[in-house]
Design a protein. Structure first.
Length: 266
């Protein structure tokens, strides 16, 4: 068994190298398992184990009609905590500046025209967990905002985001209650500034690293075995109120989290 596993790993190593060298290319079908079996002078189960390992890594997709094809690479996302100050710096700038790019473009290196964006708003009442996180009474009316943004050449969004605002705090600007105004130039900090709210600090907490649900795996087009990262983000204003709460599901196969800690000099 150990010899078979070692042989399977060697086949996977060779195929992985070929894929990274561009032969076969993204989207191109791999040779059939029987062809690979003859190429490597082994049996079909050994080849199958190698192919399954590469699929679990996200290098292969099941091809229509059977077999495997090279999975086109997903656009990587580098999410740094410095993005929040970058967004705040732009929140009160001109419309032209704010509309030119947002944090998704900042994280991915893409342009506005490269992205497909969708937002769904609905009004909900705060249950015990949300009420506690937002420090409001149970039953407080909230605006729940669900966001999905993807590269125009890819089928899956970069993440799944649900954001919650206390409705009474933002109702002074009716435009903040209408999803038709998304994507908002300058993002959430710019939105909040229109009702006199300045974000003073942002607290992000990784609450879980786990396997995705079937629905999450389907929507995010994740390879088998890849994990998701659950991130909870709280935006607090200058009076230390939680003015926005976001629950974000990040696909681990294309997200890189970067934590920057700037230290005062002695």
């Amino acid at each position: 068994m150990a010899d078979a596993q070692e042989e399977s790993a060697e086949i996977a190593d060779d195929l992985r190298r070929r894929i990274r060298d561009g032969d076969p290319r993204p989207g191109q079908r791999l040779p059939a398992p029987d062809v690979l079996r003859r190429r490597y002078g082994t049996d079909r189960p050994t080849v199958t184990r190698a192919l399954d390992a590469l699929r679990a890594e996200g290098l292969l997709d099941e091809a229509p009609g059977g077999g495997f094809a090279v999975r086109p690479p997903r656009r990587p996302v580098r999410r740094s905590d410095e993005r929040h100050q970058w967004e705040k710096n732009r929140a009160r700038q001109s419309l032209g500046v704010r509309a030119g790019t947002g944090v998704t473009e900042h994280d991915t290196g893409l342009a506005v025209d490269d992205l497909v964006f969708s937002a769904v708003y609905r009004e909900v009442e705060a249950g015990p967990e949300l009420a506690g996180a937002l420090a409001v009474p149970v039953g407080t009316p909230l605006v729940e905002r669900s966001y999905r943004t993807r590269h125009s050449t890819e089928p899956a969004p970069f993440n799944l985001t649900r954001s919650f605002l206390v409705r009474e705090r933002v109702a002074g600007n009716p435009e903040l209650l209408d999803a038709a105004n998304e994507p908002w130039p300058g993002g959430t900090q710019s939105q909040l500034s229109t009702v006199g709210i300045e974000v003073a600090r942002i607290v992000e907490e990784i609450t879980a690293a786990r396997l995705p649900t079937e629905e999450e795996a389907r929507v995010l087009a994740m390879p088998p075995g890849a994990a998701v990262i659950d991130l909870r983000q709280r935006c607090l204003d200058v009076d230390d109120r939680v003015v926005e709460l976001s629950e974000i599901t990040l696909p681990g196969d294309r997200t890189r989290l970067e934590f920057v800690t700037r230290l005062d000099r002695w």
